[in-house]
Design a binder for this molecule. Sequence first.
Ligand SMILES: [Zn+2]
Length: 103
Amino acid sequence: MRATLMYAAGDVRVENVPDAHLIDSTDAVVRVTRACICGSDLWPYNQMEPSGGGQRMGHEFIASSRRSARTFERSRLEKFKKVKEKIKKNQEKYKNKKKIVNK
Ligand SMILES: [Zn+2]
């Protein structure tokens, strides 16, 4: 994949780097469609000491999810279902208590 790296103040390069991959269950791989420069990128651009390997840049972007979103959505859906079941159980408990009080 392509990435933007800063090697020193004013030395920014776009290079091929190893593809991104998932490490933690909360990670996502995204395809960046639009990006911009953030104000926090300007500080090292003006004063970064030379770096042999270069520092990755860029954290402001518009992207679509490529991996992990399904897992994320599935876990959100499971949480929603659990909450829904809990609400249903509590409603039934309440109805049963109401019946006992009304007798
Ligand atoms: Zn930013």
